[in-house]
Ligand binder design. Sequence first.
Ligand code: IMP
Length: 196
Amino acid sequence: MKELVLASSNFKKAEEIAALFQGLPIVIKLLANFPDLPEAVENGSTFLENARLKAKHYSQYTNSACLADDSGLEVDALNSKPGVFSARFAGEQGNDADNKEKLLVELKATENRKARFCCVMVFIDVDGSQLETYGICKGEIIKESRGDGGFGYDSLFYVPEFGCTMAEMTLAEKNKISHRGKALRKMAVKLSRYMK
Ligand code: IMP
């Protein structure tokens, strides 16, 4: 079994990733297993730059293979904002309620509600070998939150093919269509080839 450190302290995400990697000869470790690690500085200007930064940083500090993802929301009418700033759109890192409120305010007078979630995954092994995948999920920003599941912008992100928001889906449904699910499934294929 290969030990893989997941470069995230978001337990909801870790849960999504663990569900999709079932069956691979991998033992997943969370950053919480390494309490004294310095946090990676996410100062890249793209999802790919940030994912590479995190994977490299945590692989070096843990001496393990590492899988990092960087993801976020791009809204057409906001010139692809909040993008890499999705987690801190309203200022404070990870305040979902404030981020959603700010998004609704910025889109108040806007008819074009098209948006997409994007995810980039980077795996780095201890010898520096690297695998990269991406996934996107298209949707629309609705005017009022719907649903209690998920995290982040899920309750405002309506997926037309499904007829509901991401927060109204089960985890299994979300994994099937989400940006992260797509990137992860591609990564699972690449990883299983890589580990043969
Ligand atoms: P991260 O940098 O990949 O942790 O993601 C940055 C931010 O993007 C999160 O804090 C959320 O606000 C948003 N985000 C990423 N993925 C999702 C998702 O699946 N649902 C809702 N929001 C998400």
